[in-house]
Design a protein around this ligand. Structure first.
Ligand SMILES: Cc1cc2nc3c(=O)[nH]c(=O)nc-3n(C[C@H](O)[C@H](O)[C@H](O)COP(=O)(O)OP(=O)(O)OC[C@H]3O[C@@H](n4cnc5c(N)ncnc54)[C@H](O)[C@@H]3O)c2cc1C
Ligand code: SF4
Length: 402
C-alpha cells in the first residue's frame, strides 16, 4: 500500500527533475505511469533495459543526492521515494523476466571484471547478440557489491539471482582468472575476441605512508569488508577516514563484536553521504574531526590537532601528540586501481593515479580495448558505473560494426 501511495503522489512532471538527478537518467515518470496501470512487468522491463543494475541501485544509491533529492515535491514537503517503488518492481522483474536470446551476431567480447560495470556491459551486449565471456579474479561475481558493500545493506542473495540471469542470457563466466597475471590482454585479442572491456575497479587500498602501518593490529578497510569474519578486531576500533567505506567498516565492526568504534578525519567535513553517516551514528559510531594521524602503535593511533583553513581543510598540525587507545586501527581513506594490467599491456596508458585513460567512447589508448567504471573515474557509485558502461557498450558496438 505504501508503494502504491508513493506512486500516486508522483506529479508526472513534464520536465522531471528526479530523472535529471539520477546518474543513469532513469525514465522515472514513465516507470511510475506503467506501475499505476498495473503493468508491473512492463515497468520492470523498462527499468532493466535502461539499467540492468536497477535493483541494486534502488537499494544502495544515495537517493537524497540523486533521484529523491531532486523531486519537486521535496522543495516544500516529502519527495516521492521512487527508489522504494523501483525496489518493488525490479525485485519482481529479476525473477520473472523472460530472457530472450537473440541470434549470435558472430562477434565475441571479453569482459574483465564482474562488478556493476562488467555486468551491465555483458548484459547489454548479450541482448544485441554478442557472445560475452566474463573473466573474474574472485570466485564470486559482483565486485564491490559482493566484497565491499555489507550484506545488511545489499543482501548477497541478489547477486546469486543476477548470476542465474547472466547464465540464462548465455553469458559465460570464468572465475579465478587474473587478467594481467594468469592471462594477458593480448590473449583474448589473439583468440578472436572482437573487443576487450576492462571493468576492474579500484582494489588497491591507499596507504597513509606513516610508521606503524605494518603492525598486526592494523588493517585496510576494503580488505576487512571483504571477509570481516576472518578478523578479530577486539572491543575498541579506530577507523582512519570518514567516507562511505569508513561508515561501512564502522557498522560492520559493530556487527562483529566491537563495542566502541571511533572515526577520525583530518578536516572538518565528512565526505560520506549524510544517510550513511546517520546510519553509522545510530549504530553508535563516534566522529572526531580535525585529527591528523601521525603514526600507529600497538596501543592505538597517535594524532595531532589539524590547523584548518576557512574551507575546513587541514593546512598543518599543532599541539601535543595524543594516543587514542584502540585494539585495532582500520585505514579506510581511499582506493586506487591495481597496476597489473597497465604493467603487462603494451600501449595501455593510465593517469598518475593509475586510472585508465579513455576517449569519449571509452576506448583506452590500446586499439579495441575499452574501459569503464571505477578503473576509469576512481571510486564513484554503482549508478555512475552503469552510466559509464552503457557509454562503453555504445562505443564497442560502433567499433565492432566498423
Ligand atoms: C565499501 C564500499 C561501499 C560502497 N557503497 C556504495 C553505495 O552504497 N552506493 C553506491 O552507489 N556505490 C557504493 N560503492 C561504490 C561502488 O561499489 C563502486 O563504484 C562500483 O562497484 C564500481 O563498479 P566497477 O564495476 O567499476 O568495479 P568493481 O565493483 O570494483 O568490480 C571490479 C571487478 O573486477 C575484478 N577484477 C579486478 N582486477 C581484475 C583482473 N586483473 N582480472 C580479473 N578480474 C579483475 C574484481 O574482482 C571485481 O569483481 C561502495 C564501494 C565500497 C568499496
Ligand atoms: S538508479 Fe538510483 S538514482 Fe536513479 S532512480 Fe534508481 S535509485 Fe534513484
Amino acid at each position: 500500500m505504501r508503494i502504491i501511495d508513493e506512486a500516486n503522489r508522483c506529479l508526472q512532471c513534464k520536465n522531471p527533475m528526479c530523472q535529471q538527478g539520477c546518474p543513469v537518467g532513469t525514465p522515472i515518470p514513465q516507470v511510475i505511469a506503467l506501475f499505476r496501470e498495473n503493468r508491473l512487468m512492463d515497468a520492470g522491463k523498462l527499468l532493466f533495459d535502461h539499467n540492468p543494475m536497477s535493483l541494486v541501485c534502488s537499494l544502495v544509491c544515495d537517493h537524497m543526492a540523486q533521484c529523491a533529492g531532486h523531486c519537486v515535491l521535496g522543495r516544500k514537503g516529502t519527495p516521492v521515494h521512487f527508489f522504494e517503488i523501483e525496489t518493488f518492481i525490479s525485485d519482481a522483474y529479476l525473477d520473472r523476466m523472460v530472457v530472450q536470446k537473440p541470434p549470435f551476431n558472430g562477434k565475441t567480447v571479453a569482459v574483465i571484471g564482474s562488478g556493476p560495470a562488467g555486468m551491465t556491459a555483458a548484459i547489454l551486449l548479450a541482448k544485441e547478440g554478442y557472445s560475452v565471456t566474463i573473466f573474474e579474479e574472485e570466485n564470486r561475481i559482483g565486485g564491490m557489491l559482493q566484497y565491499g558493500i555489507p550484506d545488511f545493506r545489499l543482501p548477497k542473495s541478489i547477486l546469486e539471482r543476477y548470476k542465474a540471469r547472466l547464465i540464462e542470457m548465455g553469458i559465460r563466466i570464468r572465475p579465478h582468472v587474473v587478467m594481467g597475471g594468469d592471462l594477458m590482454i593480448d590473449n583474448p585479442q589473439r583468440d578472436g575476441y572482437a573487443c576487450v572491456f576492462i571493468a576492474t575497479g579500484v582494489w588497491r587500498p591507499s596507504t597513509l605512508g606513516i610508521q606503524g602501518e605494518t603492525l598486526s593490529n592494523v588493517h585496510f578497510g576494503i580488505s576487512y569488508l571483504a571477509s570481516p569474519g576472518t578478523y578479530s578486531v577486539g572491543e575498541t576500533v579506530a577507523v582512519i577516514g570518514m567516507g562511505n567505506v569508513a561508515m561501512d567498516v564502522a557498522r560492520t565492526a559493530f556487527r562483529h563484536g566491537a563495542r566502541r568504534v571511533m572515526l577520525f578525519q583530518r578536516g572538518s567535513k565528512s565526505p560520506a553521504s549524510s544517510h550513511e553517516m546517520e546510519s553509522a551514528r545510530l549504530d553508535g559510531a563516534e566522529f572526531y574531526f580535525g585529527k591528523s594521524i601521525q603514526r600507529i602503535t600497538p596501543e592505538g593511533p597517535v594524532f595531532r590537532a589539524s590547523v584548518l583553513n576557512e574551507a575546513g581543510r587541514p593546512v598543518r598540525v599543532a599541539g601535543e601528540e595524543e594516543l587514542v587507545r584502540a585494539d585495532t586501527t582500520i585505514i579506510a581513506i581511499n582506493q586506487r586501481p591495481k597496476d597489473k594490467l597497465v604493467k603487462t599491456t603494451n600501449g595501455l596508458q593510465a593517469s598518475e593515479r593509475g586510472l585508465l585513460i579513455v576517449d569519449a567512447h571509452n576506448m583506452t589508448t590500446r586499439e579495441g580495448v575499452f574501459a569503464a567504471g571505477d578503473v576509469v573515474h576512481g571510486s564513484l557509485t554503482v549508478a555512475h558505473a552503469v552510466r559509464d558502461a552503457r557509454n562503453a557498450v555504445e562505443g564497442m558496438m560502433r567499433y565492432m560494426q566498423g
